[in-house]
Design a binder for this molecule. Structure first.
Ligand code: DOR
Ligand code: ZN
Length: 352
């Protein structure tokens, strides 16, 4: 069987910088027309100038035909005027809220959302979406509860205080998050990763410690995975594709203190297609991958198409990136779909 959908976008990806960027950007550009690029570089992207320079490096690494959509990393001292300028100049598509110390390169993140009230007021006014890493960071909160506690302690209030703020709850991992997003207004949406649709927390402990299944927010119980699958395949416009592909060298993952992140870009669409096929919802993949995101962000749909073929595909154990081995999601496994390439012409999408 062969599936054709309008060219999709990845609404949440980590492309890194330097040699790693050069190695990983082509995987994302091969499958997606656009991507929302996370700003959590070791020196985070906090200014319009940094974003313009980073965008140029991404374009050079990804090649023609791929559009990186840039985000601003929010800190306690973000100047609202920087966002206004970046938005007006077409540089910032969104701004990212990392609670300080929640994850990789988040030490400059926001220590308390009360400190960025003026920023959020401005974003609400100009229509710049807020992308949220939704986890509390208090060490006294169990790591598996951090998303649910974030909803109660932070998100409920934030959404109430800024009722017209466009907000994307990124990489949701719990039934609690699905309930929250379902109940919220149309200004609130969520991205869902392929790995959180495919694995539950057992995957991190299958016969031993499995660092390549570790990411943040961490995978949760099976009942949560099932709630995510239901949401993603429901047809609801509130849910869209965001891989959270987050490459780290194998040596940095297989360590006494391994980095968080799953590198799923090389087989992203194949992974999502597997889930949608298992759920009997292949007819809804196009909405999730190619339509709901642009509608939420107020961007045009892509022209062109991609095809997916139902053919057994072996995923390699490792790939090479920046002179190091890197382990892709589902390494060593065989999945039932193969990416068949894309056509970018204007009328191709009319045929789907
Ligand atoms: O697992 C993750 N890896 N979660 C994040 O939020 C950040 C990401 C990264 O940058 O490595
Ligand atoms: Zn991420």
């Amino acid at each position: 069987m062969r599936l054709t959908i309008r060219r999709p976008d990845d609404w949440h990806v980590h492309l890194r910088d330097g040699a790693m960027l050069a190695a990983v950007a082509p995987y994302t550009a091969r499958q997606f027309a656009r991507a929302i690029v996370m700003p959590n570089l070791p020196v985070p992207i906090t200014t319009v100038e940094q974003a313009i320079a980073y965008r140029a490096r991404i374009e050079a690494a990804a090649g023609a035909g791929f559009e990186p959509l840039m985000t601003c990393y929010l800190t306690d001292s973000t100047d609202p005027q920087e966002l206004v300028r970046g938005h007006a100049e077409g540089v910032f598509t969104a701004a990212k809220l990392y609670p300080a110390h929640a994850t990789t390169n988040s030490s400059h993140g926001v220590t308390n959302v009360a400190r960025i009230t003026a920023v959020l007021e401005t974003m609400q006014r100009i229509g710049l979406p807020l992308l949220v890493h939704g986890e509390v960071t208090s060490p006294d909160v169990d790591v598996f509860d951090r998303e649910a506690v974030f909803i109660d302690r932070v998100l409920m209030r934030l959404v109430a205080d800024f009722p017209n703020l466009k907000l994307v709850f990124e990489h949701i991992t719990t039934a609690d998050a699905v309930d929250f997003v379902d109940a919220a207004g149309s200004n609130v949406a969520a991205t869902i990763t392929p790995h959180h649709l495919a694995i539950n927390r057992n995957a991190m402990f299958e016969g031993g410690i499995r660092p390549h299944a570790y990411c943040l927010p961490v995978a949760k119980r099976e009942r949560h995975r099932l709630a995510l699958r239901k949401a993603a395949t429901s047809g609801s416009a509130k849910y869209f594709l965001g891989t959270d592909s987050a490459p780290h060298a194998r040596s940095a993952k297989e360590s006494a203190c391994g980095c968080a992140g799953v590198f799923n870009a090389p087989f992203a669409l194949e992974s999502y297609a597997t889930v949608f096929a298992e759920e009997g919802a292949l007819d809804r993949l196009q909405g999730f991958a190619s339509e709901h995101g642009p509608h939420f962000y107020g961007l045009p749909l892509n022209t062109g198409i991609v095809t997916l073929e139902q053919v057994a595909t072996a995923i390699p154990d490792t790939l090479q990136a920046a002179g190091e081995a890197i382990v892709p999601f589902l390494a060593g496994q065989t999945i039932g779909w193969r990416f068949g390439g894309s056509e970018v012409d204007d009328d191709a999408a009319g045929r789907v």
